[in-house]
Design a protein around this ligand. Sequence first.
Ligand SMILES: NC(=O)c1ccc[n+]([C@@H]2O[C@H](COP(=O)([O-])OP(=O)(O)OC[C@H]3O[C@@H](n4cnc5c(N)ncnc54)[C@H](OP(=O)(O)O)[C@@H]3O)[C@@H](O)[C@H]2O)c1
Length: 271
Amino acid sequence: MQSADQAPQAAAPDGKSNGQGLAGRRVLVTGASSGLGEHFARLCAANGARVAVAARRRERIDALTESLIGSAGVDAAGFSLDVTDRESVDACVAGVVERFGGIDVLVNNAGISGAGPALDQERDTFDQVIDTNLRGVWATALAAAESMRREGTGGSIVNIASILGFRQATGLAAYSVSKAGVVQMTKALALEWARYGIRVNGLAPGYFETEINSGFFETEAGEKMMKRIPMRRLGRLEDLDAPFLLLAGDGSAFMTGTILTVDGGHVLSTL
Ligand SMILES: NC(=O)c1ccc[n+]([C@@H]2O[C@H](COP(=O)([O-])OP(=O)(O)OC[C@H]3O[C@@H](n4cnc5c(N)ncnc54)[C@H](OP(=O)(O)O)[C@@H]3O)[C@@H](O)[C@H]2O)c1
């Protein structure tokens, strides 16, 4: 077996590292048609990465791809992806590998909330949430890691978990179960794949206003929830930038199986 100091590390094509270690890296962002995923894709492009963006809403993916290509010197490509469909995942990853020659960084971000009281929901809501947030993350991680192992250059996988992977909230039972699974999956795969130089880390955001929760923060429940955040505000997308770049790039070269919480202290709220 390979020892840790022999494990491959992804290197920029010129063999050098910029500050974030993303220059020239080939990045796939799932769920890039809105919210956090779109933000991560733009951030990676701004840091010199070649970016593949994927989701189901193809028109949004095409618009984002065009906008990325419009920025000076950015190489970007768009792909259709339904993470609940294994064939779609495999085809997307194969398409990125064909287009870029490999994948260095996977941002495993696609997710849905399936919000609602457990007893009042359609029974298949639970399945949809698990299929997207857990099975989808698993299938995409495996497809990308197979390519990284084949190439032998290692890589970085960033799973987007949630503070609901550690705590729970009324009406988000399936979501909490799925994100707790993502936390444990991150650690389990980190343990298995360190020998290939593949690091697997997680980002656990608190509350950021996006399409997944739009409207909630204007409700009475949303306002009450915000008062329980120790820093008394929602996250701003740019609050995720430094933690995300740390995990995606070379700054975390000796970190794997770590979950970084970015939540204004929300997970600490008093019981
Ligand atoms: N916003 C928050 O406060 C917050 C907090 C913690 C964690 N998160 C996590 O952050 C991630 C992004 O969420 P967001 O807040 O940015 O919400 P969002 O704007 O609703 O984005 C979700 C993304 O996931 C994609 N997606 C959903 N189902 C998919 C499927 N079957 N296949 C492929 N893509 C799929 C959506 O694209 P299409 O519909 O086009 O497929 C969309 O691009 C999620 O994993 C979420 O759980 C968010």
